[in-house]
Write a protein that binds this ligand. Sequence first.
Ligand code: C2E
Ligand code: CA
Ligand code: CA
Length: 405
Amino acid sequence: MEEFDSRKVFKAGEIIIKQGDPGECAYIIEEGQVVIRHTDSEGNEHVLGTRGANAMIGEMAIIDNAPRTATIVALEDCKLLEINKKDFTRRLQSADSVLRMATQVILTRYRDTLTRAEIWGERYQWPPAEMVELSYAETNDAVQAITIANEFRDALLSKYVQLYYQPFVNLQTGEITGFEALMRWNHPKKGFISPAIFIPVAEESGLIIEASKWALHEACSALKRIESAFKSKNKLYMSVNFSSADFSSDDFVTSVYNTISETDVAPEQVHLEITERVLIMQPDRAKETLRTCRKAGMSIAIDDFGTGYSSLSYLHYFPIDTLKIDQTFVRDMHKNEHSMALVNSIVTLGQNMRMTTVAEGVEVKEEAHKLREMGCELAQGYLFAKPMSESDLIEMLKHWTPYKF
Ligand code: C2E
Ligand code: CA
Ligand code: CA
């Protein structure tokens, strides 16, 4: 309980939660009584019940971003214990992966029950008798997710998971400056499984933390091997993707430090790729973590820039070195003048903020030329090289000459 130790007092008649408002926290009632009311789309009010000591209210807010579905008013003076979304998420993320998956399945099913109950409640009577049965329909997805998570855990141990590497190319000189490590899962029966499928499952199950540790270690070791096979004028770097769960793990920084020293790469050769989501979900923690990493010499890149949250104010708040322009904008540049304008604006923004800009998903020469003209510094994409295994990469690098624009 101490970790959620934020107490609130509401006087009799005060609104604790208002229907339609965004919700950021749930409460446990320590003392007092509350009433829960739901107003339907025709304006009719339904009293859903009352709650007293030890009951939890507003619980959906800590598992999703939907607005409050009911208004809760104090019937007498109430003392409440606040549980905010951030604390809850952090606790959940540090839980055992099976426990977490089970919790998420149950919570998702519960959300489903409530959503259906609202639809039925508006049309029929509140609460509908069928609501529990109706909620079972979605469980198949969850079972599949647990299966994938279990198989992924085994794959990590048995090395069916590998890293592929995709070069970054300097748009002025055509030289390779570094590589991004991308995870690949080669399933013995199902073949290659896309990261778009297994990364979200690994994130949800908590396995991503172990996977990321492995990836960083493997990528840094590979960089040493690549360096000895490919002599570059400048020091090459390795960019590794991290998820929000990695940042909530208490030993993240220690583990990154240890890996860097064990593999004997310079911290300057390690770039951390994160999405805006990581920053938004845990701003204070992320800031602290990124600061420490950057102080040690590592670089921080924002992945898929432009697709996440619209507020740009975070660019000031966090220590950021690189903006990676999402490939959807790059791909549309020639068909869509808005995408072209957006890419141009991001490049200018990067220049003004003294950040490096990288264009992702460059597939054709014209895109590379245009990006070069705009002043975008680096690019990645099939035009230069697809992600490939370490041995293919080393083979390719033997014959690599700077790209000619
Ligand atoms: P991402 O980090 O944005 O990676 C870029 C994706 O674009 C990669 O997909 C890459 O193969 C693909 N790509 C690169 N150049 C081109 C191009 O010219 N055209 C097109 N159409 N695609 C291109 P991939 O490898 O399937 O990875 C998908 C996503 O999975 C990644 O997006 C990243 O978010 C996640 N991911 C992959 N590996 C890891 C990992 O080790 N850790 C974490 N946390 N996430 C990872
Ligand atoms: Ca990336
Ligand atoms: Ca990306």
